[in-house]
Design a protein around this ligand. Sequence first.
Ligand SMILES: N[C@@H](CCC(=O)N[C@@H](CS)C(=O)NCC(=O)O)C(=O)O
Length: 220
Amino acid sequence: MSDTSKDIVIYGVIGSPFVRAIQIGLAEKGVEYRLHAMGPGDTKSPEYLARHPFGRVPAFQHGDFALYETQAILRYLDEVFPQPPLVPADPRAAARMNQIIGINDWYLFPKAAAPIVFQRLIGPVLLGTTTDETAVAAAVPMAKTCVTELDRLLGAQRFLAGETLSIADIILAPQLDFFAATPEGRKALEGTSLKAWLARMNARPSMIATQRPEALRGAA
Ligand SMILES: N[C@@H](CCC(=O)N[C@@H](CS)C(=O)NCC(=O)O)C(=O)O
C-alpha cells in the first residue's frame, strides 16, 4: 500500500462523538490527518451524500480508499497502523469490545445519549430551541440501562475490554463525555466505576487534544 498517513482525511462536524472517536484513534496511534470540517447542514448536500449516502458523519478517505461507519474506520486504521494495537488479542476480550460497540451503536447513542444531548445541549445552544422534557424523560430509562450494563462490563478492569485501551473505549469515551455534560448523564454516572474510567479517559492526551467546541462543553 502506497498511501501514507498524510493522505488521511476525516469529513465531519467538529463536536460529533463519532468524529471525535476517529480523531482519538488517530491521536493514540500518532498518525497525522486532515480534518475537513463541515457544518451540520452540509451532511445532506448532494456532494456529501455521494460520499456517505446516509448523510451522517464521519466519512473517511485514505488515498483512493473511501469509508464510512466509525467502527469500520477504526478497525481499518488498526490494521493499517498496527501500533499500539486497539483490538485485544484475546478472543473473549475482543468479543467484549465488539459487544460494547454494539451497545453504543444500537442503544446508548440512538436511544439515550443523542436525544438527551440534543434536548439539553445541541438544540438550546446551537439552534435556540427549548428542551422537550417529555423527550428527555422518555430516554432516561434506556440511559440507565446502558450505564448500568457498561458499568457491569467494565467491572474492576482498567479499560472496557480489559487492561488495555481498545476501540470500545475510543468510541464510548466521547459519547459518555458528551452525555455527562447533561444533568441526566451526570446522575446516571454517579457512583459508578464508569465515572472514574471516564476521568481516566479524559486525562489522555488524545482526549484533551480533541475537546468539543467551547459552547458544547459546559454542563447543561
Ligand atoms: N453509525 C454511524 C453513526 C454516525 C452518526 O449518527 N453521526 C451523527 C453525529 S454524532 C450524525 O451524523 N448526525 C447528523 C444527522 O443525523 O443528520 C457511525 O458509526 O459513524
